[in-house]
Design a protein around this ligand. Sequence first.
Ligand code: FAD
Length: 276
Amino acid sequence: MGLPLSFEFFPPKTPEGAEKLRVVRQALYAKNPQFCSVTYGAGGSTQQGTFDTVGEILAEGVSAASHFSCIGATKASVREQLATLKAMGVKRLVALRGDLPSGYGASGEFHYASDLVAFIREETGRDFHIEVAAYPEVHPQAKSPEADLQAYVTKVKAGADSAITQYFYNTDAYFRFVDEAYKRGADVPVVPGIMPITSSTQLLRFSDACGAEIPRWIRLRLQGYGDDMASIQAFGLEVVTDLCDQLITAGVPALHFYAMNQSAPTLGVLDGLAQR
Ligand code: FAD
């Protein structure tokens, strides 16, 4: 496929998880990703794991993006981490506000991702390509869809180079979001985030909290399969391959896969697309 691809991983918690992820990465590298990104735990809780995984990806000769969240952080701590990432050879960041774990107060010197984007630009000029998050189906804490769109525009104008969306299964929401953002002058590429469907309970539980809607017909079909994992995965593969096919036909700039530290679901979709 000629379209740029990227794959997102989370930092493994155990040596066994790290070893498994190395195997997963090698399998996915067969698809020549433009970059692989590594998430960053709430409040910086996985910082070392994130940086270690980013370092491994770079050592494997692949471009790596470090996710970087600012909630609860100070300017001094962000400055220090930016210097570490720059010294490692990282050229791409996914700049986020993030979410504090429950029980933490909202301290820190950054309120929104736009503050972090502006700070990174001020401190490091054009050293990093900055990605930001986009929510075609509206961020769950937004005051209104319009306020959320305006917040996205502000974040892009603070200096973002491109955006990756929260996952979605409704392409209309994505295309409308891109149109409206462009009309307001936020004209950077908006790359669809693709979540392969591999289990039903996990997806249904997770989606409510993160601003992604599972359309009724998908939810009911998934619930109808009960514990029949083979049927869930076959159905999920068909739905997500169709989704990507529609997005590619419509001319999206790239695809970003939430690989969830597994290779088979993402490869299943990419191989399915190659056969169409
Ligand atoms: P922001 O863009 O700051 O928006 C947060 C909320 O504030 C929105 O409701 C917005 O409408 C509102 N807002 C923004 N600016 C203003 C303003 N000026 N005035 C009033 N309201 C405003 N989480 C992690 O912990 N680690 C990760 O690695 C991670 N990676 C992600 C990758 C992608 C591609 C995506 C889509 C999400 C990721 N997340 C991650 C989740 C993200 O941290 C949460 O969704 C978080 O709640 C919002 O982060 P943000 O950067 O989108 O915030």
